[in-house]
Design a protein around this ligand. Structure first.
Ligand code: SF4
Ligand code: SF4
Length: 302
């Protein structure tokens, strides 16, 4: 089962919820920090990161000696990332999505590819046995989606045998939608392409919001994505009590269940600021998170 923890807005407590859910979800958990521009879940879960892989897109490289300037590569490129002007051929790396179509279509085999490194993928295990994965995008890179896409496909476990499963088993189990393993994806903030890519293929979206007009505005945007992708969703209201009832009214009207409320408490804010998880700070919340997981499981099964 794949659960995405998302929020249209940054700073709502998404990582707080995702990490506590992971810590209470049993002994077969895969945690994926998809907020590749600013991953921070590792600060709370403290994995020992022992596996790394460079990641990026394959950019076309044209061999001018072989090119006949037929223009077929430019015709096939829907992103206008390659252009043929007279006897000149130009590649615009910042527009290229690394789809490989130009390489495939070139009748002269004049195009080869080079990896343009955009960031790294890292994986390791936490002391509590969570298989942890994160993507880290290089500063200044314009596109997070290729890194998230690779992170979702990557089975870093293949290089690290676990006591629970054989090295190659985990990825296969997830690809087959096996329910024994729970994958928790911590999504980037916002409601643009990186969030859509993180949600794609998920079984459930847990949407974290706060009871304020800003929280409601951004919740509506991220609900729109879940509906577009056909993913069932539930809401966690964080900092409950600070605002109004508009989020609650919206959820009722939209038919989205509110699965958990976390009140605004100073001790939570202080603990999270010092890198502690919610369930370590307030162990009484373990039961609430276990119930949350049961509700999600029931919703997915239904
Ligand atoms: S398709 Fe190949 S031969 Fe034709 S213009 Fe592009 S690189 Fe040159
Ligand atoms: S790899 Fe794809 S996006 Fe990049 S130039 Fe070729 S066709 Fe265009």
């Amino acid at each position: 089962m794949r659960i995405v923890v998302a929020s249209g807005k940054g700073g709502t407590g998404k990582t707080t919820v995702a990490t506590s859910l992971a810590l209470t979800a049993g002994d077969s958990v895969r945690f994926m920090d998809c907020d590749v521009e600013a991953p921070n879940a590792a600060l709370f879960l403290n994995p020992k990161l022992d596996t790394r892989k460079e990641v990026g897109i394959l950019l076309p490289v044209v061999d001018e000696a072989l090119c006949t300037h037929c223009g077929k590569c430019a015709e096939v490129c829907e992103f206008h990332a390659i252009a043929v002007i007279g006897k000149k051929i130009l590649v615009f790396p910042e527009l290229c999505h690394g789809c490989g179509s130009c390489t495939l279509i070139c009748p002269e085999k004049a195009i080869s590819e080079r990896l343009d490194v955009m960031g790294i993928l890292e994986s390791g295990m936490t002391i509590s046995g969570i298989d942890f994965f994160q993507g880290v995008m290089n500063v200044g890179e314009p596109m997070a989606v290729p890194i998230i896409r690779e992170l979702k496909k990557w089975n870093g476990l293949s290089l690290r045998a676990t006591a629970k499963q054989s090295p190659n088993e985990s990825g296969e189990l997830l690809r087959e939608g096996h329910n024994d393993m729970i994958e928790i994806r911590d999504a980037p903030p916002g409601a643009s392409c990186p969030v859509v890519e993180t949600m794609r293929g998920a079984d459930f979206a847990l949407l974290v919001t706060e009871p304020t007009p800003f929280g409601l505005h951004d919740l509506k945007q991220v609900v729109g994505i879940t509906r577009e992708l056909g993913i069932p969703a539930g809401v966690v209201i964080n900092r409950d009590g600070i605002g109004d009832n508009a989020v609650e009214a919206y959820c009722t009207e939209a038919g989205i269940p509110i699965l958990l409320r976390i009140p605004m408490e100073r001790r939570f804010a202080e603990a999270i600021a010092s890198g502690k998880t919610l369930v370590d700070t307030a162990p009484e919340y373990r039961t609430a998170f276990q119930t949350l997981l049961q509700d999600i499981t029931a919703s997915v099964a239904a």
